[in-house]
Every structure is written in C-alpha cells, then in structure tokens.
Write a new protein. Sequence first.
Length: 362
Amino acid sequence: MNPYTLVRPILYRFDAESTHDLVMSGLHHLSDSPKLLDLAARVEQFDDRRLQVDLFGRHFTSPLAIAAGMDKHAVAIPALSAFGFAYVEIGTVTPKPQPGNPKPRVFRLPEDHALINRMGFPGPGMDAVAVNLHAMGGRGVFALNVGPNKERVEHASEDCLAVISRLVEFEPHYIVVNVSSPNTQKLRTLQGKEALHRLLLEVIEGRPAASSSIPLLVKIAPDLTERELDEIVQVVTDLSLPGIVATNTSLSRPDGLHGDVSGEQGGLSGRPLREHATRIIARIHHITNGKLTIIAAGGVFNGADALDKIGAGATIVQTYTGMVYEGPGMAKRVKRQMAHALERQGIASLDAIRGTGYRAVR
C-alpha cells in the first residue's frame, strides 16, 4: 500500500495550490535535516543495473527525474534526491519576482489523474533562487528551466540570459529555455520557426563563457502540428542543440474527461497527455534518427508509463502530476516496476529498448 494514500484525504481538504505549497514546505524542511535525509534515502533506495542511464556525460542510477514546476524555487532538491529521483529541473525561473496569474489557478481532476494549471510563472525571481541554491550546498543534481517575465516576452533572450548568467555558478546539469507554457501571454509565439531560431541563437551567442559547456535545450508544447514540430526540430538541429524536452502542458481537452473543472482555462497535465506525448517523442526520435537527446514528460505515473517513453526514444523520463497524486515515494515504486518488467522479459538494459517502439505490458 502507498502510505501517501493515507495522507492524501487530509491534503485534499486544501485547494490544489495550497496542498502543493504544504508538500514543498515539508520537503524543504526535510532538505535541512541531514538525519532525516539519510533515513529517507535508506528507506526509499532502490537500484537496479538495468535502469542506469547516462545524460550529457553524467551517470544516473535511474531515468526518473522531477519536471519543472514542482520545485519552482529550488527549495527541495536534497529531499527529492533522497526519495530516489535522479535530479530536479527547477523553475521556470524568471529574472524578476512576479506573482503569476490570479488565484485559484490550479485545479485537480482526480477522476482523470490530471491537473489544470494557469500559474503564469509565479516566483521570487533569480536572486532568491540563487539564495536557495546556495543553501542547498550542492546536494543533489538539478537542471535549470528559464523564461522571461510576463511583460517581457518580446525580450525573452535578454531575460533568459540574465537568469543563466545569475545562476550558472551553481552548475546546473543542463539549461532549458521554456517557450511552451500556455499561461504566459504570447510565450508560445516563440515556438515559431523564425522566432525560435532568433531566440535560441541570441541565447547561444550571448551566454556567459562559464555556461558554454552546459547543454542548452528547449521545452516544447504538445499542441503542435506535425509541420510545426518538424520545424522546431529543424531549428534545434541547425543550431546543434543536443536535446529537447517534450512536452509541456496542453490547451486541448481530450474527449472523455470526467473532472468537474475540466473546462477551466490553463494547461492540462497528467494521464490524458500520456499517449500523445509518447507519440511526439517517437516522432522526434524518428526524424532525427535518434541523434537528439529527448527528455520526456507527460502522464508518467508508473513503471509502464516510463518504459513506454523510453521505448519511444527518451533518455530521461520526468514526472510532475504523477508525483502530485502518488507522493514522493513514487520513485521507488516506479523504478521497481520498471526493473521487474525488464527482468520478466529478459531485457538487460534501457538501451536495448530505447527508440524501438517498445510498449510495456499493462
């Protein structure tokens, strides 16, 4: 039994954003306690050689990471690492503090294992994140997701460069330019071929020398036509970026949603995106002949979900909504499920299924 299910009814007495803040506050306090971190790491440890992956020159014992949006302000990297996640993608970080969109702005669809959010990049700004990263003292691996303040989308490259310059000293494993959140007005216009090429080129040419060896990626939306997706991949390959994060939340509403709040505005995440995100990953892998590193997000709740993403071509699989519903202990369960599935089928490593179209038995 998942112990988190005992706590969940209590947490659900609060609205979705307040619950998130409570959980992150708890993980923040856990991050400040070496004894509790050690205990969590021992209880939640699960390693299996079949799950090992290499990402941009770093070795990880598993492919399961935390997507951007969970630890927006970089307060819980040690705790999430202790629970068994490979790393945490923090952010989206903007240069200046901003409140985000009016509340309420996060809605649960428990019948659909989904969320809708219209957060709008709320956060304390890059200086406060720098303070938090300094307090983490290098414990745990993190990646950096960057974006512009809402009134400066037209100056997105300047804002992204400001955040990169401010936080590069903390050595993020990679940097993601977020052009795909549906909750910041005009942001998704930056996914257009010419606009994206210009933005990424300005970031590449303007980035500080200290960040030149850090891989630069872009995060894309699921709401793209095949032509738009192909154009984005062409820009990424033309500029020799090593990877892409697929995908962000969706503005579409698939048929069959049951949640009473399914009509709320914002980005849909969770299980309804699972198959569509997997198809996008497979297309990226196909049109690049597997030469582009893909970091997958969208509907990852269990080991089968993660294996499907890797079978489509992903190297790393991220979760956000899955952890909201399953709790931080999901990492151990997902890794165990993955290892058992590979063992049953006599598969020696994730490399053996990556990009093959492998689908897990459910």
